[in-house]
Design a protein around this ligand. Structure first.
Ligand SMILES: NC(=O)c1ccc[n+]([C@@H]2O[C@H](COP(=O)([O-])OP(=O)(O)OC[C@H]3O[C@@H](n4cnc5c(N)ncnc54)[C@H](OP(=O)(O)O)[C@@H]3O)[C@@H](O)[C@H]2O)c1
Length: 413
């Protein structure tokens, strides 16, 4: 069976394991004078700093799906070439990685002679927890190595404050990898919109569905298989929100939640300007058109749901109707609202009309496209997508193509 553990199609840092002991041989450090030294690990030449930063990234990755809207952060504390404490941010409101790492150090007296490695600039503000810069001062740590500056202006300024207080700070170690790991967080703060991942499955001859009429009872035809479905549920657990078009909701009645994986359900989002989805009695009750078509699952209240519509509609438990203007373009309104709601990433699962509007507007950061083995001959066409994948691999009975846009293409290592 395909093993999806820790798979994010994210370049080289794929594995996270719980080991604590990670020691660079003393002669490597002495021979190469600390952070400028080169060592060979798994046949790859890395600086000592980048080796420990890689450990930070591996730790940070454990927070995928749990930390948003906070970033994924890992930290290690190194004394005399040996990791003496490490940790990662496990979730919103929980300890920051630096605190976890410091708390693990048994002999706190050696902290002033140790180096803190962390993939993101230590925070410099009072949020749900105190600033990590204060912790560094309090513990007397004299040297800090970071991967990337904080793209959230509110929490930034940590490097400047540390330097002003006489602490040696090295920046930009494995910066590309650090930015790639926190691409959702960076996109959200730098572009003031969520990170957008397009996803669909198409047949070998380019169709996403057979032609079906809404009145018939036919369910959508399977294009991929169980292995692909499981991977999609894992992806859902990693993002803050999921979106599908109104026609898909009404034709397919999807649940848009996490069932074939363990994790949080994303916030469900639909654009439905004509207010065909109301959550009225008929849509909420059974007995309309057979099991798969009623009640309408998107309004069942089992997960937080947002429906953008041009009509006024009363909210139900867990289902919010947000009014948008019928004369303004949809995406600026919707993306600005999602930004204000602190939603940092959205997995957009089709249909092709919805996907095409985003593709035409250049509004996507990644696309994940399954090509199933079947041929439909005719049906609902997949969106036009004239780009080249940067990765391709076999998942179950299908091929998975991964596309990345803009800066992300060059961040792949
Ligand atoms: N194989 C797959 O991966 C897959 C996935 C999903 C769906 N499907 C299939 O796709 C079919 C449905 O797809 P579809 O293309 O007919 O419809 P759709 O994409 O599901 O629904 C159209 C969506 O596009 C929105 N839209 C229209 N114009 C827009 C604009 N200018 N800006 C922003 N949003 C806009 C609509 O909003 P309004 O309602 O406000 O107009 C609606 O939410 C079904 O057969 C389904 O089974 C296949």
């Amino acid at each position: 069976m395909t093993d999806f553990k820790n798979r994010d199609f994210r370049g080289k840092f794929k594995e996270s394991d719980p080991i604590l002991e990670f020691q660079i041989p003393r002669e490597e450090i002495q021979g190469h004078r600390g952070s400028k030294g080169l060592i060979a690990i798994f046949g790859v030449m890395m600086t000592i700093d980048s080796t420990f930063m890689q450990r930070c990234l591996d730790l940070a990755y454990n927070g995928l799906g749990a930390t948003a809207p906070n970033p994924m952060v890992g930290a290690v504390i190194v004394h005399d070439g040996k990791i003496i404490g490490e940790g990662f941010h496990t979730g919103l409101g929980k300890h920051h990685a630096e605190v976890e790492a410091v708390n693990q150090v048994l002999d706190q007296s050696i902290l002033p002679a140790s180096t803190l490695y962390v993939n993101l600039e230590p925070c410099n503000h009072h949020g749900k927890t105190p600033p990590c810069t204060d912790l560094i001062f309090e513990k007397g740590i004299r040297k800090v190595v970071i991967g990337q500056y904080d793209s959230n202006q509110v929490a930034g300024g940590g490097v400047e404050r540390l330097r002003k207080n006489g602490i040696e700070v090295i920046t930009g170690v494995l910066e590309q990898e650090c930015r790639f790991l926190n691409r959702r967080f960076n996109t959200f703060h730098e572009k003031k919109r969520p990170y957008l991942i397009l996803k669909w499955a198409q047949t070998t001859d380019g169709f996403v569905d057979n032609l079906r009429i809404q009145e018939d009872q036919q369910k959508p035809s399977w294009i991929t298989d169980e292995a692909c479905r499981r991977l999609v549920h894992k992806w859902r657990s990693e993002e803050q929100a999921i979106m599908a078009g109104s026609a898909t909701i009404l034709h397919d009645n999807p649940q848009l939640n996490v069932r074939a994986w363990v994790g949080k359900n994303p916030v469900r989002i639909v654009i439905d300007r004509a207010a065909r989805i109301t959550g009225n009695k008929e849509q909420l009750s059974t007995g309309q058109k057979g099991d798969s078509f009623s009640p309408l699952k998107i309004v069942d209240g089992t997960a937080e749901t947002i429906i953008y519509t041009c009509q006024e509609n009363a909210n139900h438990q867990n289902v919010k109707f947000i009014q948008i203007s019928p004369i303004e373009p949809v995406w600026p309104q919707v993306l600005a609202d999602l930004y204000n709601r602190n939603i940092q990433s959205v997995l957009i699962e089709g249909g092709p009309t919805l996907l095409s509007t985003l593709i035409e507007a250049g509004l996507f950061d990644e696309a994940r496209v399954f090509i199933g083995p079947g041929w439909f001959g005719s049906g609902v066409k997949a969106p036009d997508f004239p780009f080249s994948p940067i990765e391709e691999e076999k998942i179950g009975n299908s091929r998975l193509l991964i596309f990345k846009a803009g800066e992300l293409r060059s961040l792949i290592v």
